[in-house]
Design a protein around this ligand. Structure first.
Ligand code: ZN
Length: 248
């Protein structure tokens, strides 16, 4: 709805209100745990250990920089969110609204498009297949293996939230394809279900995992990767700032 309104303003500048309207219910920015970097003339994905936030709104970028550190700067994109803040924080205090954590699995085949779209158990689309079993393996490890072989869908986890330290700025979105996040989704959904209909305080963190495998092709070599972690702290209404500081 709000997007439609904005589109109308874009089409007819005279119809636009003089004052900056309140967009606080719109998605004002995205949290990202990675970026593309140019190495030897090739765009290569780089995992980040602190949050990168992109937005099209200078005041949002400034607010994020104030809370999480970093500076607002322009980056190369053809999308609307042409500002980024490479923050100094691996973790952010957030407020999750009911029903805004979403997960699905999607497989795209080049030249064909979306060939498999499910919740891990049943198809979510196309309409005629909706609700029928998709036959994805039950075990996450098997699903991951199938996806790696191009024979199964990859995860897409989506969460919309507000910043605990600045809830009025608007909503942010984080989308992740992390299997590590998928592995903990069941307990996470169960945790959120405890606060049915309520806003929930949580932390969204980029966690670094480092270990040395004893077996396999990389035995004895240190392996390191980052994973996003959502930790539920409690109901938002019942929360005090001191409480949160204690939990952090
Ligand atoms: Zn499936």
């Amino acid at each position: 709805m709000a997007n439609h309104l904005r589109a109308i303003w874009d089409a007819d500048p005279d119809a636009a209100p003089k004052e900056r309207p309140s967009f606080s219910d719109d998605i004002v920015g995205r949290f990202r745990s990675g970026r593309q970097v140019l190495i030897d003339g090739k765009q290569v994905p780089e995992a980040l250990s602190t949050w990168r936030v992109t937005t099209g709104d200078p005041s949002v970028a400034a607010g994020v920089a104030e809370i999480l550190g970093g500076v607002s700067e322009e980056w190369e994109t053809d999308k609307e969110d042409n500002l980024q803040v490479l923050t100094e924080s691996p973790s952010v205090n957030i407020i999750i609204e009911p029903g805004t954590l979403d997960a699905s699995f999607k497989q795209f085949v080049q030249g064909v498009g979306l060939t498999h779209h499910c919740d891990g158990f049943e198809f979510l689309s196309p309409e005629e297949d909706k609700g029928t079993p998709c036959k994805c393996p039950t075990l996450i490890a098997e699903r991951k293996l199938a996806a790696q072989k191009g024979r199964g869908p990859k995860p897409s986890v989506d969460v919309t939230f507000r910043l605990f330290d600045s809830p009025d700025v608007g909503k942010f979105r984080f989308n992740s394809g992390s299997w590590k996040l998928v592995e903990v989704l069941a307990p996470l959904f169960a945790e959120l279900d405890k606060y049915e209909g309520q806003q929930v305080r949580a932390t969204l963190t980029i966690e670094n995992v480092t270990y040395t495998p004893q077996k396999g092709p990389r035995a004895g070599q240190e392996v390191s990767y980052n994973k996003p972690v959502i930790k539920v702290l409690g109901a938002y209404e019942a929360a005090g700032t001191a409480d949160l500081a204690k939990a952090a």
